[in-house]
Design a protein around this ligand. Structure first.
Ligand SMILES: Nc1ncnc2c1ncn2[C@@H]1O[C@H](COP(=O)(O)OP(=O)(O)OP(=O)(O)O)[C@@H](O)[C@H]1O
Ligand SMILES: [Mg+2]
Length: 251
């Protein structure tokens, strides 16, 4: 975290009154949320609460209908996903968006391939070496960076998608249900990887339906209900009962 140039108090990302309408549907009313470097914030709420919509706004997929996004204290307008990427924001989508027939290293560099020489040939050796190093650093166990994605387990694929986001996401990693399709052991490994990203000083915003997972990972929990921000709690100062009550609106 020492390499970060921002003042300790400035959040990497601040959402100020962010809302979204789709025609007559109010998907999100007004969200205020800070995410700091080295912090994991969980976004929870029932189906249709607006969680994915919020991630997509931050990822430049949907423009907000109102409100502002500030990065390092500066308001930014992100009209496309490549704008968000240019600001160091990466997303791990539920479908992972990996190229099944390509080797792991090509997926790591998808759309940002390394080339060398006057003919600008793909520098496969360097991409494979950098991939191997990153996977080792994140303790993601894959036989080789040269195997195709289709030869990997669900957990390993998730690991590759997370490694890619970690590699390119200087600021913020957004994750939508990263372990929804995984078994217990694979989930544990992916959670380890997420904690390693946090150690590297990334800001992480994660959507999860598993409250156990949320309590294992998150520093803070933001609850949405039918597009409304019900509240934000420090994980250490709340419990499952309170969060469930906030999610359902029942007390
Ligand atoms: N592109 C869209 N066009 C119209 N309505 C949308 C669009 N995307 C989302 N919505 C609506 O916005 C609301 C919030 O949806 P969103 O996908 O953000 O929920 P969610 O919290 O991610 O739910 P889930 O847990 O089921 O993934 C829903 O009412 C949904 O129907
Ligand atoms: Mg969703």
């Amino acid at each position: 975290m020492a390499e970060l140039s921002t003042a300790p108090g400035t959040p990497l990302v601040r959402l100020a009154g962010v809302g979204k309408r789709f025609g007559a549907v109010v998907a999100l009313r007004s969200v205020d949320l800070d995410v700091h470097a080295g912090e994991i914030v969980a976004l929870v709420g029932d189906n249709g609460a607006g969680k994915s919509t919020l991630l997509k706004i931050i990822a430049g997929v949907h423009p907000p209908s109102h409100g502002e996004i500030l990065l390092d204290g500066e308001p930014v307008r992100m009209a496309t996903p490549s704008d968000a990427r240019a600001h160091g924001i990466e997303v791990v989508y539920q479908d992972l968006a990996l190229a099944d027939n390509q080797p792991v290293y090509m997926n790591l560099f998808l759309g940002r391939e390394l080339v060398s020489g006057p003919l600008r040939r793909l520098d496969r050796a360097r991409m494979a070496a950098e991939t191997a190093e990153l996977l080792k650093e994140l303790d993601i166990r894959i036989p080789s960076p040269r195997v195709p994605i289709r030869a990997l387990s669900g957990g390993q694929r998730q690991g590759v998608a997370i490694a890619r986001a970690t590699h390119w996401g200087e600021r913020l990693i957004l994750m939508d249900e990263p372990t929804a399709a995984l078994g217990v052991q694979e989930t544990a490994r992916v959670e380890d990887t997420i904690l390693r990203m946090k150690e590297r000083g990334k800001a992480i915003l994660i959507v999860s339906h598993s409250l156990d997972q949320v309590f294992r990972l998150a520093d803070r929990i933001c609850v949405l209900r039918r597009g409304e921000q019900v509240g934000v709690r420090e994980t250490a100062q709340t419990d499952g009962d309170e969060i469930v009550a906030m999610i359902t609106g029942l007390r």
